[in-house]
Design a protein around this ligand. Sequence first.
Ligand SMILES: *[C@@H]1O[C@H](CO)[C@@H](O)[C@H](O)[C@H]1NC(C)=O
Ligand SMILES: *[C@@H]1O[C@H](CO)[C@@H](O)[C@H](O)[C@H]1NC(C)=O
Length: 569
Amino acid sequence: MDCIGLTSESPYVIMLKAAFLIPISHYLFGFLFLLSVFLYNFVEMYFIKELITGFRGQPVSLSFNSCSNLYQEVVSKCKTLHGRFSSTPWLCSPHLQTIFLQFFERVPACNYQRQIFKTSDGGIIALDWLRNVDDKKPSIKGFDGVQSDDKTPIVVVIPGLTSDSDSAYVKHLAFKMVKSGWNVVVSNHRGLGGVAITSDRLYNAGCTEDIRKVIDHLHTRYPQAPLYAVGTSIGSNVLVKYLGEEGVNTALVGAVSICSPWDLLIGDRFIKRRLVQRSYDRILGIGLKDYAELHRSVLPSLTDWDSISKISCIRDYDKHVVCVLGNFETVDTYYRTVSCSSYIGKVGVPLLCISALDDPVCTRETIPWDECRANKNVVLATTQHGGHLGYLEGMTAKSLWWVRAVDEFLCALNSSSLNHREKASGEVGDEQPVEEDKAGDSISVDNDKVQQEPDAMELAIHCERIPLGFASVGVNCEVLNGLREDGDVSKNEGVVPINGVESECPKKVLILMSATGVVTRQPLKPRQPSTNNSEINTRFSSTPWLCSPHLQTIFLQLFEIVPACNYQR
Ligand SMILES: *[C@@H]1O[C@H](CO)[C@@H](O)[C@H](O)[C@H]1NC(C)=O
Ligand SMILES: *[C@@H]1O[C@H](CO)[C@@H](O)[C@H](O)[C@H]1NC(C)=O
């Protein structure tokens, strides 16, 4: 027998020979093992961690001011916020949580009734009502959603970027709140929810004008009903900014912010940083591009359609559309101006904020911990896991943790002594409800335009849902009641009719394919400064033995040969 040490062969050749002796199947297993380790880490799975802890989940962490009445009187009574969030065992990844919600979730059937709300600049907003159907109080004829002397509290839902009343999580929330005895109204963003853009404006993350008008209108029309609001994702930025602008003057009694982006500037840098994040950026960017292109014919102030057609991320959209329409000098100016983290300190009504630390879209880096703790009206609840608006729980993944938390919090708030607004509105209560036309200078609601029985034409309008990234994927025409077209709405050449039910499947496939394409193809390169400095192009060449930013910085502090300076004081 040859002893290895005695052979004349090179050790490398021996190693190679030995390597050939290992069966190919073992290599295959090894490769598959490494691949699964890579994938496990790539999608940030935490299955093993959960397995070890027996799928008990992680405790929810609450941050609040030590003399916060909101905590003492309301949040301390919420079991959900003092428990744990344990995600669905087979969805132990923020990405799976986020994506599963968008594509596969079984959604409760919501029969919205629609009001069309006209703003003073000629724009229209679709208000989708889901009512707490009370047999004792038969619904009034005509159509209004809610009787004007109804005391049932109302929740206004402000959806996220490219989402509307048809999005899965909005339906989950609306359904749950109605079951708990609330009236729910989804305030769709302009141009979403199947309505046309009728003025030269789109919504953006800082656009609080629309929600201000909607809330004022609801308060005037239903003075007896306490008003609450829930904002999700970008809708939460709008809501918190609005609350900061209004302080104690808002008609809202309380609010909840879910998965807020908090700081758009940090968020922008974050979403460009990693391969996984870029796929979200791309999907959302393409959704926004479609949104702009859909309304092209009614947006004459947008001229650079060449650039718009090339939009492939959120920042591009903000640059070519939001900044142009909103008169922002640069994208970063826009981000700095509208970020809600600078408004959180001025919020004057009870506000619960829920954020997941592993949110793959709105990063934890943006969470304003100290500002939340400084404001007595704010309680911040963070969870280790949950993804972006995901929070799917239970073996069958059919319930969302944050929806339960919102329900419990709002019910506790409604029955607490912090319900100031109810007392205030009680004084006005005996008066006859204010006439609708007085609700605002130029705000009107076309109640008579909305009927319960949709006919074919009305249905067609509702199917014009936009195939935006995460939005409107599960179009279900049956759940929508009719909107009768009126003069203004019919001038919607910009709206491309899409048959909702038929386009549902290809849309999903398309988005999944683009997601896969992005993940496998997108190169990792940092964003270059967009300023054009080509004219000033001189060179700086550093000391050869200090070719490192750290050596440069430290050397200056410690070892610099200093010129003698004779200061006079
Ligand atoms: C809200 O509070 C009022 C007064 O405490 C109560 O009558 C009503 O049932 C509550 N509504 C909900 C939906 O909890
Ligand atoms: C930069 O400036 C030069 C000269 O002004 C111009 O020719 C070039 O197109 C600019 N490049 C970009 C990317 O704007």
